[in-house]
Design a protein around this ligand. Structure first.
Ligand SMILES: [Mg+2]
Ligand SMILES: [Zn+2]
Length: 225
């Protein structure tokens, strides 16, 4: 790990299940339970359906008139993982760029991150349109030509903007939306399914529970010496 830190680190942090304790899309579907969401999730988890297609289909099950309810539910029920403020403070103190790369949706990602003062151009997530009868997800950060994964919000497209020869690229994540990016970066801080995936593929990773664990490991890098 010491070697990899000679270049300045840049952090790409997942939102659902990483910054927040649970996946907010799954929580919304479980709570409001629109008929038909469960097979869609099963197909996404089994990698039979792309995240973009599946997430689009699930939200299309919900009427746009529920916007307030959906937003309120996430804001009231999402918990932030311990140590998140400490990690942001560490990044500021050391001049390390911190990006939120989220497969979540703008209507809950931005309000939940509001208290933390992350610049909006450092937050990447999907968009939403409540003007039609049903909720339509928009994809302002879709895959570029180098990614054929149909991600929705394409983390690898963003990661590739930071060339490997100039940055130590570090991803923090937990699940399917992080699988493609994990293969690109120098180091993964992982939880849950992403830990299993990194183990299977032999990718350099450090399992973590709170963001204090992440700070603890970052402190040991010699990138600023
Ligand atoms: Mg996640
Ligand atoms: Zn992609």
């Amino acid at each position: 790990m010491t070697d990899s830190f000679r270049k300045p680190p840049v952090l790409f942090c997942d939102f659902d299940g990483t910054i927040t304790l649970n996946d907010n899309i799954v929580a919304l579907m479980k709570h409001f339970n629109p008929p038909g969401w469960e097979p869609i999730v099963r197909d996404i988890v089994a990698l039979k359906k792309s995240v973009r297609q599946g997430v689009g289909e699930m939200f299309a099950l919900l009427p746009s008139s529920m916007k307030e309810e959906l937003t309120a539910y996430v804001l009231e029920n999402a918990g932030i993982r311990d140590g998140f403020s400490e990690l942001l403070a560490w990044c500021r103190e050391h001049g390390v760029e911190f990006y939120v790369t989220s497969g979540g949706i703008d209507f809950f990602v931005y309000p939940l991150l509001e208290p933390f003062g992350i610049p909006h151009d450092h937050i990447f997530c999907n968009g939403s349109d409540f003007s039609g009868e049903r909720v339509r997800i928009t994809w302002p950060h879709a895959c570029d030509d180098a990614c054929d994964n149909d991600c929705g919000m394409c983390k690898t497209t963003i990661i590739r903007r930071f060339p490997q020869d100039r940055f130590t690229r570090i991803m923090i994540g937990d699940s399917i939306t992080d699988f493609a990016g994990a293969k690109l970066v120098d180091l993964v801080f992982s939880r849950s399914h992403l830990t299993e995936r990194c183990r299977e593929l032999g990718l350099p990773h450090i399992p973590f529970e709170t963001f204090r664990d992440v700070v603890h490991h970052l402190e040991q890098g010699d990138w600023n010496s």
